[in-house]
Design a protein. Structure first.
Lengths: 444, 108
C-alpha cells in the first residue's frame, strides 16, 4: 500500500495544507495541482516579460520549506507547477533546495508547433463549437496538451525527489506513483481507471474531505484545520480515501460522492489521456472513521487523441459595482442600470456583451433564486466586454457619477473606476496522440 | 406531497467552458428512484428558465445513487469570457436544491 496525498487543488489554495500533510502523519507521495484552465495563459504572459518565469511561483519556496523532511522520510513530490516553463521552475527549486534531485516532464507545450500542426492538417477545431483554429490563430497566447501519467511515472523512476510537469491531466498526478510502484501497464485499463478515479477524488484538495460540501455542512467539524485528502492505494486498484487523524473536516460517502460527480460529463465515458473510465462501475463503501473505500473501477482503451488547451486574446472587459440600500434597493439598482445603458447608447459605444446582475437578489441563481422581497441592500454589478478598449475604458467612467446624479442611497464606490482587463478565452481541441512526445529530463 | 429537493439530496456544481455541471446525490440509496422520477431534464431546464440557453442532459450513476446534469450555454460564455459573478457555476447546485419534487410520504 502507498499513501498519496494532495495538498493543492489550484494555484491559490491554502499554503499550509501541503506542510500539514507532511507534518501530521505518514505519506509517501505529495501531489500538488496548480493549473486551472486559464492559468497557462497568465503564465505565458509572465514568461514573455521575463524568460525565467512562467511557472507557479509558490512552488519552489514551498519545496524549500519541506526539503529537509521530504528527504529524511523519502517523500516524493509530484506537481504540475512547471506551467509553461518547467525547466526554469526546476532550476529555481534546485537553487533553493540543492540537496533535492529534480526531474522535469516536457512535451506538453505545443505553442511553438501550432503552424506545423495546422500545416499537417491537424485543424484543432474547437470542441465546443466546431470552429477551426485558423479563425483565431493570430491571437493564440498558449497551447498545451494534457499529458497522461506515464511520463510522470518515468520521471519518478529516475529516483527524483521532485517531479515537475507542465500541463497534464489533473488525475495523472496521483495515478503516476501507482504506475511507478505497482508496475501497471498501458493496457491495464481497469487498474488505470481505478487510479484516475482516485486522482479525481483528491485533485480538488479538501473538496472531498468536507470542504464546499452541501451535505449537512454545519455539522462538519473544524474547517479551520481541515485535513487534505490522502489515498491509501493498493496494487489491485482498490483504494481508501482518508485524511490525517485529528484534522478537521470529514471523509464520508457524501463528501466523496459529491467530488466524484464534480465537473464530469458522461460518467460512462470519462476520457483521460491514459484510459476511458466508467464511473458507473465503481463501488463505494463508507468504512466510518473518515475512511471511504472505492473498488471495482472498469475502463476502456484510451482514444487516439490528446486534448490540447489553447488560450487566445478575446478583447477587453470591465466590471463595475455600486451598492444601493433599503428601501426599494432593487428598484434603485434597476433604475441605475437603465441610466448607465442609456448613457452608453447616447455615446454610441458598442460592446459584444453587457451583463447586469443584482447581488443580494438573483445574481447567483437567476430565475431559480428564492424571492428576495425588499432586501436591505443590493449590489448592482454591470460588466461589459468588447473589442474596443477605448469603449470599455469609457464605460468604467459611467458608474461613479450615479452616486450624485442617480437614484438615492448609492454607496460602495470607494475603489473608484474599475480596471479594464484583457479577456483571455479558452479553446479546447484535439491533436493526434502520435504528434506528441513527452520527455523526461533530470535537472542537475 | 411537495418537498424541496434538499430533503432527499445534496448537490455539487462546477463548469466546463460554458457548460454547468450539477451532480445530484441521494442522501440515502432508497431516494435514488425518486430522483430518477422527479429530477428530469425537462424540469431542471424549466427550473433554471432563461439562465440556461441551451439543452440539458442527464446521466445516471445508480452505483452512487447520483445523477449528473449538464446545462449547456448556462454561464454567459464561461471562463474568462463570462461577466457573471458565478462564471464557474459553483452555486447552481445549491439553486437546484430549492426545486420542489412530488413524493409519497412512505418514500421519505
Amino acid at each position: 500500500m502507498i499513501r498519496i496525498a494532495n495538498g493543492q487543488g489550484f494555484w491559490g489554495d491554502w499554503l499550509e495544507a501541503p506542510v500539514r500533510l507532511v507534518e501530521q502523519g505518514p505519506i509517501d507521495y505529495l501531489t500538488l495541482d496548480y493549473l486551472a484552465e486559464l492559468t497557462m495563459s497568465i503564465l505565458q504572459k509572465q514568461k514573455r516579460k521575463d524568460a525565467a518565469l512562467g511557472y507557479a511561483r509558490d512552488f519552489p519556496p514551498l519545496v524549500a520549506r519541506l526539503a529537509g523532511r521530504i528527504r529524511e522520510r523519502g517523500i516524493k513530490v509530484i506537481a504540475n507547477a512547471g506551467g509553461v516553463n518547467p525547466v526554469a521552475c526546476a532550476h529555481e527549486v534546485r537553487r533553493l533546495a540543492p540537496e533535492l534531485k529534480v526531474a522535469v516532464v516536457r512535451g506538453d507545450d505545443v505553442f511553438g508547433r501550432i503552424d506545423e500542426l495546422l500545416d499537417r492538417g491537424c485543424e484543432m477545431r474547437n470542441l465546443d463549437n466546431g470552429e477551426p483554429l485558423r479563425k483565431i490563430r493570430d491571437r493564440v497566447l498558449s497551447a498545451n496538451v494534457y499529458l497522461g501519467a506515464f511520463p510522470l511515472a518515468e520521471a519518478l523512476a529516475t529516483g527524483a525527489d521532485v517531479v515537475i510537469s507542465g500541463r497534464c491531466a489533473d488525475a495523472a498526478l496521483a495515478l503516476a506513483p501507482m504506475i511507478h510502484r505497482f508496475g501497471w501497464r498501458e493496457s491495464d485499463w481497469d487498474l488505470l481507471s481505478a487510479g484516475v478515479v482516485a486522482g479525481h477524488v483528491i485533485e480538488c484538495g479538501a473538496q472531498c474531505t468536507g470542504g464546499n460540501s452541501q451535505a449537512d455542512w454545519r455539522s462538519i467539524p473544524d474547517l479551520a484545520n481541515i485535513g487534505y485528502p490522502i489515498l491509501e492505494a493498493e496494487p489491485d486498484g482498490t483504494f481508501v480515501v482518508t485524511k490525517h487523524p485529528g484534522t478537521g473536516g470529514r471523509v464520508s460517502a457524501a463528501s466523496v460522492k459529491e467530488q466524484l460527480v464534480y465537473e464530469i460529463g458522461d460518467p460512462r465515458r470519462y476520457i483521460t489521456p491514459d484510459v476511458v473510465v466508467d464511473f458507473t462501475s465503481i463501488r463505494l463503501d463508507d468504512l466510518g472513521g473518515d475512511r471511504v473505500r472505492i473498488s471495482g473501477a472498469r475502463g476502456m482503451p484510451r482514444t487516439g487523441s490528446l486534448k490540447v488547451s489553447l488560450s487566445y486574446f478575446a478583447g477587453w472587459k470591465a466590471i463595475g459595482t455600486l451598492v444601493y440600500s433599503w428601501p426599494q434597493a432593487l428598484e434603485k439598482a434597476r433604475c441605475a442600470d437603465g441610466i448607465v445603458r442609456e448613457r452608453l447608447r447616447q455615446l454610441g459605444l458598442e460592446f459584444d456583451c453587457i451583463e447586469t446582475e443584482f447581488l443580494g437578489v438573483d445574481a447567483c441563481h437567476g430565475p431559480a433564486a428564492a424571492p428576495a422581497g425588499d432586501p436591505p441592500e443590493v449590489e448592482l454589478r454591470i460588466g461589459v466586454r468588447g473589442q474596443d478598449r477605448a469603449a470599455v475604458e469609457r464605460f468604467t467612467r459611467e458608474l461613479v457619477p450615479l452616486v450624485l446624479s442617480g437614484p438615492p442611497g448609492a454607496t460602495g464606490y470607494g475603489d473608484g473606476r474599475p480596471p479594464v482587463r484583457e479577456v483571455v478565452a479558452y479553446w479546447p481541441a484535439l491533436v493526434p496522440r502520435a504528434e506528441i512526445e513527452a520527455t523526461v529530463e533530470v535537472v542537475e | 406531497m411537495k418537498v424541496p429537493l434538499a430533503r432527499i439530496a445534496h448537490c455539487r456544481s462546477g463548469d466546463k467552458g460554458d457548460i454547468a455541471n450539477i451532480g445530484v446525490v441521494a442522501r440515502e440509496d432508497r431516494y435514488y428512484p425518486v430522483l430518477l422520477r422527479e429530477v428530469t431534464t425537462e424540469r431542471v431546464k424549466a427550473f433554471f428558465g432563461a439562465r440556461v440557453k441551451g439543452r440539458v442532459e442527464r446521466y445516471e450513476l445508480p452505483n452512487l445513487g447520483a445523477l449528473n446534469f449538464l446545462l449547456y450555454e448556462a454561464l454567459g460564455g464561461g471562463g474568462a469570457i463570462s461577466l457573471r459573478v458565478d462564471a464557474q457555476g459553483k452555486t447552481f447546485g445549491a439553486a437546484l436544491l430549492r426545486m420542489e419534487i412530488n413524493v409519497d410520504e412512505h418514500e421519505l
